[in-house]
Design a protein around this ligand. Structure first.
Ligand code: NDP
Length: 683
């Protein structure tokens, strides 16, 4: 079968050099990849002109809905992906991370975007910044979709997740993608893209696939484009310094190999629950995907007196690990991706032996009857030991991208920060400790050198997602050696593909830019109470100014008795006189309760429920005799897609609430969130 590229709306493979892709398990020839001969400028332009234009016409929620549909479609085809994934040497459990982990990332991004972002084509970020005493000049940050493409270069080890975790935030951001998978496993990425295209869910040009070389594509990128790269530090450095990338300051996000650490803290004894969890975690990281994970544990630090015990426990587990054909259900560790990769790993082990001795390597004691180490790219787990980690360099520098890890002792807890830092930046480190002081100290020591830190102990070990799992909601990336980039991290990743702009102007100017009411902008007061209006009929800026109410002592006493809150500032004349307020004041919660009583329209109507308050601040106290009044204004509308079983489909109206006193001084400011029914069905 032939592996093509999908560019400019068609499948093509017209390159004159062909590459044969083999099974990692038995070396059989599986596919031929031809690559593209030319036309890389057209690919970039097609992405910008066709994909970009279509995506930008959609709102963020519309894009998110496409992702959800796409995820459901790919999930229905997952068995075909699993079938192909065995050829990469991965077991079903390994492929679960890649395939279902990848599809799960699409679901996560779809839901995060619909939950947290407005149904607009842009994002409003952060608070309005006051820039003038009179309030007529303000600032607000917005994010808009870049007008280019995002070019994603992926590593061989996660052919599905690697693609999907990058395209999800790009597409939510409204930016089309060009995907370039690692050649050796490109047939799996190819199969997923075939399904994406066949489903017709994404608009034309939203995704293109380049299998094989990328020709002169880098020459055609410009300031609105961006590049993300996962792979080796050397290739990453070379691509990042391409003259067109540096000349045009094209964002280049890099995630490279790193020497991740796992630390057994000095408070852990061999009979502590943390000890077993630690050994299990290191074993899992050495054997999952045969250690071909950018997050795998390469450096194991343990107190010197526990070296022997840890090494024995680990060796026992490694020897008990069934290795072989990944399609066989009982197998726990499959093959490396290919023989060239195995050679690369063996060469790196050779280098590491300059600093280390081998505690376990080779096939001795391991059942090899179910596979051929000649035909397939199998490798025995390799546990090394370095006695002098404070003076040795190679153990902190050389990454053997396979089932290889080095055990090292520390003599003093104070050495750990330094040892971790010697890796010069990692994607993740983990700490096994049940001592709160140790946890605090070490996390703060390690944090500047790590993108993620896992703390594990008896309290979390049952539910922990593990050292090696990047999660859609958490940042994935690391400083220095790890590439200096950042992926995922929830909506942070969406923003990488958008331009942040600080907009300055009057309240009305900002309201028209953001479609959110900004204090000081014009309000529309209508004789029809806003609670009588359906979601579609309410407009940003629609408001109500209520009648007034004078606060009496009876109000304070009644509220105190009802709530049980007899705080001295409300009830003790003498103490209140010495207080911050100089006199008795009304409860803040009375003020907002009274405000609700003033602005609600009590009869049944489209407002279904109040589901919370945001950003509540009591600015000035209100005392006996003060007269309050409320301004209620539609600040923001959040469209929600109703679920099929939704009996009361509704959107969210965020109301800006300002309570003032008789001197027009602000007493309280907050936002009320209500569910407001749709006038028309949204389905
Ligand atoms: P590479 O850095 O060689 O390749 C990574 C990606 O870059 C692949 O898609 C590769 O494509 C592409 N690439 C290579 N050269 C160019 C170029 N000139 N222009 C455009 N794209 C290019 O890494 P490998 O995948 O070969 O793995 C090598 C080592 O990298 C591993 O042994 C490991 O140490 C590390 N690694 C780190 C990972 C991480 O997640 N941090 C993941 C995987 C590997 P092609 O395959 O066609 O060459």
């Amino acid at each position: 079968m032939k592996i093509d590229s999908y560019v400019c709306g068609a499948w093509r493979g017209d390159g004159d050099k062909s590459v044969t892709l083999n099974s990692a398990v038995d070396g059989k020839e599986l596919f031929t990849l031809n690559g593209l001969a030319s036309g890389f400028d057209d690919v970039v332009e097609y992405g910008r002109q066709v994909g970009g234009v279509s995506l930008r016409q959609m709102t963020i929620h519309e894009r998110a809905n496409l992702l959800k549909k796409l995820a459901a479609h790919l999930m229905s085809k997952k068995e075909e992906f699993y079938r192909l994934s065995y050829f990469t040497g991965a077991t079903r459990a390994d492929s679960w991370i890649d395939i279902e982990g990848g599809i799960g990332t699409l679901f996560s991004y779809s839901s995060m975007a619909r939950r947290a972002l407005a149904n607009e084509r842009f994002i409003v970020e952060g608070d309005v910044e006051p820039l003038s005493a009179g309030g007529s000049f303000l600032g607000q940050h917005i994010l808009t979709s870049k007008r280019g493409v995002s070019f994603h270069i992926n590593a061989f080890n996660f052919p599905v997740w690697g693609m999907l975790e990058k395209i999800a935030p790009s597409l939510i951001a409204g930016v089309p993608v060009i995907v370039k998978p690692g050649t050796v496993t490109s047939y799996l990425t190819h199969a997923v893209v075939k399904e994406i295209i066949a489903s017709g869910i994404l608009p034309n040009g939203a995704i293109q696939l380049i299998c094989g070389g990328v020709g002169d594509l880098f020459e055609h990128l410009d300031e609105q484009d961006s590049v993300t790269f996962t792979g080796s530090a050397s290739t990453g450095k070379m691509l990042r310094s391409h003259p067109n990338i540096t000349d045009k300051n094209i964002p280049f996000n890099m995630e490279a190999d790193s020497l991740n650490a796992c630390i057994l803290a000095p408070d852990v004894r061999p009979d502590s629950p943390e000890f077993n969890a630690f050994v299990k975690e290191v074993h899992r990281e050495m054997t999952t995907k045969a250690g071909q994970k950018c997050t795998a544990i390469r450096r194991i630090f343990v107190p010197r007196n526990l070296v022997e015990t840890v090494s024995e426990s680990l060796k026992q587990r490694l020897l008990r690990t069934p290795i072989g054909d990944p399609a066989n259900d009982t197998v726990r560790m499959g093959a490396l991706v290919g023989k060239a990769q195995r050679q690369d790993v063996l060469d790196s082990v050779e280098k590491l032996l300059g600093d280390c001795e081998s505690l376990m390597s080779g096939w001795e004691g391991i059942d090899t009857s179910g596979f051929s180490t000649d035909k397939g790219a199998f490798m025995a787990p390799c546990l090394l030991y370095c006695d002098t980690p404070l003076t040795s360099q190679l153990v902190h520098e050389v990454e053997a991208f396979g089932p290889v890890s080095t055990l090292m002792p520390y003599d003093d807890f104070d050495q750990i920060g330094d040892l971790v830092a010697r890796g010069r930046g990692s994607l993740v480190s983990s700490l096994f400790s049940y001592d709160q002081e140790n946890i605090h100290r070490l996390v703060h020591e390690m944090a500047p050198y790590n993108g993620r830190i896992l703390v594990n102990n008896r309290e979390s070990m049952k539910e922990s997602t593990g050292h090696g799992s990047p999660l859609p909601s958490l940042v994935h990336g690391g400083p220095g050696r790890a590439g200096g980039g950042e992926e995922l991290g929830g909506l942070r990743a969406v923003k990488h593909y958008m331009q942040r702009t600080a907009v300055q102007g009057s309240p009305n100017a900002l309201t028209s830019v953001t479609r959110e009411y900004v204090a000081g902008a014009d309000r529309r007061l209508d004789p029809v109470h806003p609670f009588k209006k359906y979601f579609e009929d309410l407009q940003v800026g629609d408001g109500l100014t209520t009648h007034r109410r004078t606060i009496t002592e009876a109000d304070i006493v009644n509220f105190g008795c009802l709530s049980g809150d007899h705080f001295y500032a409300h009830f003790d004349e003498t103490s209140a006189a010495d207080s911050l307020f100089g006199q008795r004041v009304a409860h803040g919660y009375f003020v907002i309760s009274a405000a609700a009583g003033m602005f609600v329209e009590p009869s049944p109507g489209p407002v279904l429920a109040n589901y919370g308050l945001d950003n509540l601040r009591f600015i000035n106290p209100a005392g006996i005799g003060d007269t309050i009044q409320v301004e209620l204004t539609v600040k923001r509308k959040v469209q929600k897609t109703p679920r099929p079983d939704d009996t009361h489909p509704a959107g969210v109206i965020v109301w800006d609430v300002k309570v003032t006193n008789q001197h027009y001084e602000v007493v309280a400011l907050y936002e009320v969130l209500t569910l407001v029914a749709y006038r028309q069905s949204q389905v």
